[in-house]
Design a protein around this ligand. Structure first.
Ligand code: TXA
Ligand code: MG
Length: 318
């Protein structure tokens, strides 16, 4: 039995979760990417509770989630490129880092004192219902301990091993996350759009809307996204990349295949969207087996770039 209640996302569950947000407490919120640890973005003490629950270094800014574009415009100014991306991809797995409007009421802890804010309009109906019922902007990082694997089910959020059970008011159960990888983060430096974190919207799709290539995060300076820290999304076990099934078997590793069958295959048919949705769940399942983990090569285009980004960080020395 978990200490933190899991709420069915019916009218009563949404109302209870919105009440908890109003009371300044943190709530597990399903989104189409990963589960978020949500709190009132205008309440510094509530935001502090997020950092405390995650054990997150306090200089990492959080994404603010809104239910409408109008709400987003109250928080940040939208230059034409941001406008175009919001129209193309919202609601959906895209975060825009934009200049914060002075007086928008966002707690300084959310932006870690930066003059920019990460904004996202999620597509998951439960997230949108919760934010609408609450009536204000909601700060939400992924609902996992800092540096660990992101949660894609309500059970992951409360996982007895490294989950957040007892550290939040409730979790709304919105089912497994359809995308399974965090949002793509786009920011602007000197007017130049940059990919700050690959994620659920392929960079190529963003570039198609903009009509030009994105700058890479490495070509711009701090503040960095902590998703950009070398070691992140880390399982407990060691992780080896670009591994064949044969080499994994020879070395006694648990193998996560791609385009091949197997109990922990990311996608037997080699489908990148299916692999993205399965990635964090498979990493957790493999980690529980207690052996080193080896992962098959993943094509490095579309969602594969975001998958490989997460895998490289999960495999990085810690
Ligand atoms: O899909 C997602 O984005 C999920 C769901 C819950 O929405 N959220 C998520 O949050 O991944 P989190 O806190 O784990 O990652 C947020 C990323 C961090 O890497 C943070 O540094 C970056 O967004 N970020 C937020 N505001 C920023 C800002 N003003 N400038 C640069 N990076 C920012
Ligand atoms: Mg995270």
């Amino acid at each position: 039995m978990s200490q933190t209640p899991i709420l069915t996302p019916d009218a009563d569950g949404i109302a209870r979760a919105a009440d908890a947000l109003r009371a300044g407490r943190a709530v597990g919120m399903p989104t189409e990417t990963v589960y978020g640890l949500a709190a009132d973005a205008r309440n510094g003490a509530a935001v502090a509770a997020i950092y405390a629950a995650k054990g997150r270094p306090s200089f990492n800014p959080l994404i603010v989630h809104v239910a409408t574009l109008a709400q987003a415009r109250e928080i940040a100014a939208f230059p034409p490129e941001a406008e175009a991306l919001a129209h193309a991809f919202w609601p959906g797995p895209l975060t825009l880092v934009l200049r914060l409007r002075p007086g928008a009421g966002i707690a300084g802890l959310v932006t870690a004192g930066l003059d920019t804010v990460g904004l996202r309009l999620p597509a998951h109906p439960v997230a949108r219902a919760l934010i609408a019922a609450f009536g204000g902007p909601v700060a939400a990082p992924s609902a996992n301990e800092s540096g660990r694997i992101s949660p894609t089910t309500a059970a992951h959020v409360l996982d007895p091993e490294g989950g957040l059970d007892g550290k939040l008011a409730a979790v709304l159960d919105g089912g497994p996350c359809a995308v399974g990888l965090e949002s793509t983060i786009i920011g602007w430096r000197d007017g130049q759009a940059a990919l700050l974190r690959p994620g659920g919207i392929p960079a190529e799709a963003v570039e198609a809307v903009l009509g030009h290539p994105l700058a890479r995060a490495t070509t711009i300076t701090a503040p960095d996204s902590p998703g950009q820290l070398p070691s992140h999304y880390a399982p407990r076990a060691a992780l080896r990349l670009n591994a064949s099934a044969e080499s994994a078997a020879a070395q006694g590793e648990t193998w996560l295949g791609f385009g091949a069958p197997g109990p922990l295959s990311l996608s037997p048919s080699g489908d990148l969207a299916e692999a993205a949705a399965a990635l964090f769940d498979r990493l957790r399942a493999a980690d529980r087996l207690g052996r080193p983990i080896a992962v098959a090569p993943i094509p490095d285009h579309g969602l594969g770039r975001a998958i490989n980004d997460r895998l490289r960080r999960a495999a990085a020395p810690r």
